[in-house]
Write a protein that binds this ligand. Structure first.
Ligand code: FAD
Length: 370
């Protein structure tokens, strides 16, 4: 039986462990803490799943493939992990990210609607539209229950025979040092989120930044579904309506300051709360004075071009690096796992765009165009 050690039980590592066990691999999954622990990037309540990636066809297709895989995972898990409420992109110009996305979505045959601002106003209980050129609605997009989905992937992998061991792993050439032992496998995948740069400092360049999310109290008319998720790419903000008893979610998507991912106590920055409130006032006027219900602090692990890392270790061909989620990786987890499987089995060549090593800064693939 082919064997693998997967270090990191966030959405990337959990997806790989699940996929490999589905294909009959013998898998040891390792994490320093329980999967989707509070400081893991995959631990949030919700993450958007959308297919729009501007003019980038590769990421568009990956997200679309991931949708089908998430549906299969839901079926296997027997619970709803994906809420297909749609995602609306508020376009403030005719020739921006949204127009490029629309072109690629249509080429790929992915459902998309171009709405006039007046028609889009019907999607939300209150929406300011006088600054909008149009609204791009992705009806198949929506929200993933992130923490629950990550844990479900781990549970499914374990049910298929994977083993989970808690402990801090260290690379030792092609092997894994863990809890006083030196472990070997046919393949080793390091999927360590924000910690990947520390483990492989000469190969992985990550900026780890603090990102704050806010939940505001709102009436039942703001429930998602039917209220779709939303993205203001040029305004660097995104969110969704109230889901699972949480309030309306608003996340300013500007790069935050550097954050040590090991810091345990985290409080949101007052300037970000102001940003979130200003955004609500400007875009959803009925929520201008909505009380803050809760906030959470998370971190991005950003590559210079916001593209992922899916790469072999240059000195150890059986060792793979997987990470650089860059604030938009969650939805892609199962699709990336499929890609990793092909690479481990030698059925695909590594993509130079996803290589380790230095990268030129690039335009944001996440929900912030600034
Ligand atoms: C605020 C915020 C909003 C986001 N919004 C979206 C969104 O709407 N849509 C979307 O698709 N994506 C979104 N993302 C991005 C997405 O959440 C991440 O890209 C994804 O969760 C990254 O997963 P990961 O598995 O790489 O990292 P993690 O979830 O952090 O997992 C890494 C794991 O590795 C473990 N680990 C690290 N080092 C070691 C070691 N030495 N030994 C053992 N274990 C180790 C850690 O404990 C951790 O559990 C968002 C992220 C944030 C922070």
């Amino acid at each position: 039986m082919t064997s693998a050690i997967v270090v990191g039980a966030g959405v990337f590592g959990a997806s790989v462990a699940h996929r490999l066990t589905c294909e009959g691999w013998d898998v040891l999954l390792v994490d320093r803490e329980e999967p989707a622990h509070p400081r893991a990037e995959s631990a949030g309540e919700t993450r958007l799943i959308r297919f729009s990636h501007g003019g980038d066809g590769w990421y568009t297709r990956s997200a679309r493939r991931a949708l089908a895989l998430w549906r299969e995972i839901e079926q296997e898990a027997g619970r709803q992990l994906l809420v297909q409420a749609g995602v609306a992109w508020f376009a403030t110009r005719e020739d921006g990210w949204e127009a490029a996305s629309e072109r690629v979505l249509r080429e790929e045959g992915i459902p998309v609607e171009r709405l006039s601002p007046a028609d889009a106003a019907r999607l939300y209980p209150s929406l300011r539209t006088d600054d909008l050129s149009f609204v791009l609605l992705e009806p198949d997009a929506g929200v993933l229950r992130a923490r629950e989905a990550t844990r479900a992937l781990v549970e499914l992998a374990l049910a298929r025979g994977a083993r989970l061991e808690l402990g801090e792993a260290e690379p030792d050439a092609g092997r894994v040092r863990l809890n006083g032992r030196l472990l070997e496998a046919d393949s080793v995948v390091w999927a360590c989120g924000a910690w990947l740069g520390r483990l492989f400092p000469r190969l992985v360049e990550l900026r780890v930044t603090q990102q704050d999310i806010f939940f505001f109290e709102a009436g039942p008319e703001w429930s998602t579904p039917p209220v779709p998720g939303f993205v203001d790419y040029d305004g660097a903000a995104y969110g969704l309506g109230a889901l699972d008893g949480n309030g309306v979610k608003v996340a300013p998507d500007v790069d935050g300051p550097a954050l040590d991912p090991d810091v345990r106590s985290r409080t949101h920055r007052p300037e970000n709360e102001r940003r979130a409130r200003d955004y609500l006032r400007a875009r959803f006027p009925a929520l201008a004075n909505a009380p803050l219900a809760a906030s959470t602090v998370c971190h991005y692990s950003l590559t210079p071009d916001t593209g992922f890392i899916v790469a072999p270790h240059p000195a150890h061909p059986s060792v793979w690096l997987l990470g650089g989620g860059s604030g938009h990786g969650f939805k892609h987890g199962p699709a990336l796992a499929g890609r990793v499987l092909e690479l481990l089995e030698g059925r695909a060549e590594p993509d130079p765009r996803l290589a380790s090593g230095p990268r030129a800064p690039g335009r944001g693939l996440r929900t912030a165009g600034i």
